[in-house]
Design a protein around this ligand. Structure first.
Ligand SMILES: NC(=O)c1ccc[n+]([C@@H]2O[C@H](COP(=O)([O-])OP(=O)(O)OC[C@H]3O[C@@H](n4cnc5c(N)ncnc54)[C@H](OP(=O)(O)O)[C@@H]3O)[C@@H](O)[C@H]2O)c1
Length: 263
């Protein structure tokens, strides 16, 4: 079993804060070094957790960490890594969306253990998917238990998973639409909101708990022929609702495959 003692984050924004909160509830023995940027977020993380240290430079994060996580936006990557010296024994984990593994490997040479990882902010509560390519022992040890860890075979697969995550806000818009409709029937906003949150949460949990059942089977099992659910699903299917989701994801994946410097 791989044991990690130190991990460093260059970029202490939204996803770093979520990951550190997730790690903290799993492993309080790990020492975590964070870059001075973002000032507010890195200061808060160091103040809240005794094993998180705000360093004075990105170079200090690198020199003090076995695993270095790159957690800045794509356009910030090269400036953040400029002048840093990596060692062959470093493991580098890139959260940076759209930047291929080969480009990251070039920027962090001679470090040769390099992978991409895409968590969601749900990692904060130890939930949600975490996609990794390739599966490096040390990175697996760090992220195991923080959610559902999946391994992608290629950058293209990472991109496809990333495009699927483009549905996060649509999910909440769907919840909002249903809740607003309930309110329009005269139900109180509090009851409408709780009903919708609880219903979708229960369904999502049951999908995870019944992984041996296909998702199409779960859809069939949640409707009665001629019943309300069948009416809604058929009406939405006939309106092109589901095929439009597929075509939007396809459009997104072709856009996302253009590297940031060319987009
Ligand atoms: N948010 C998500 O759910 C999520 C999920 C998976 C992957 N990702 C990827 O993770 C990366 C970060 O996302 P995010 O949402 O956390 O963005 P964010 O909140 O904007 O965080 C970016 C961080 O990078 C810092 N930074 C910028 N330039 C830097 C430099 N030269 N040295 C050190 N730090 C620097 C920023 O500091 P300042 O505030 O001082 O500029 C900020 O703390 C992105 O590539 C994103 O695609 C995000």
């Amino acid at each position: 079993m791989t044991t990690i003692r130190t991990v460093g984050f260059i970029g202490a924004g939204a996803i770093t804060a979520a990951v550190i909160n997730g790690i903290r509830s799993k492993d309080t023995a790990l020492t975590i070094h964070v870059s001075p940027r973002s000032e507010e977020s890195s200061t808060a993380l160091a103040a809240n957790f005794p094993n998180v240290f705000r360093e004075t430079s990105n170079a200090d994060v690198v020199s003090k960490s076995e695993i270095v996580v790159l957690a800045m936006r794509p356009a910030q990557l090269e400036a953040a890594l400029s002048g840093l010296t990596f060692k062959p024994e470093h493991t580098i984990v890139s959260f940076v969306a759209t930047v291929p593994l080969a480009k990251i490997a070039k920027l962090v040479a001679p470090a040769s253990k390099v992978c991409r990882v895409t968590p969601l902010t749900t990692i904060e509560k130890g939930r949600g998917p975490i996609v990794m390519t390739p599966a490096l022992d040390s990175a697996v040890a760090l992220f195991e238990g923080l959610g559902d860890l999946l391994v992608a075979d290629t950058d293209e697969q990472m991109m496809a998973f990333g495009c699927a995550a483009g549905l996060l806000s649509t999910f909440f818009e769907l919840e909002h639409t249903v809740a607003q409709w309930l309110v329009a029937t005269g139900i109180s906003p509090a009851s409408a909101s709780l009903y919708v949150r609880s219903m979708f949460s229960g369904l999502a949990n049951s999908a995870l708990e019944n992984r041996s059942l296909g998702l199409a089977t779960l859809a069939d099992r949640n409707e009665t022929p001629g019943g309300l659910n069948e009416k809604v699903r058929v009406a939405l299917r006939d309106s092109g609702f589901f095929t439009r989701i597929e075509s939007v994801l396809t459009e997104l994946s072709s856009l996302a495959l253009v590297p940031p410097s060319e987009s």
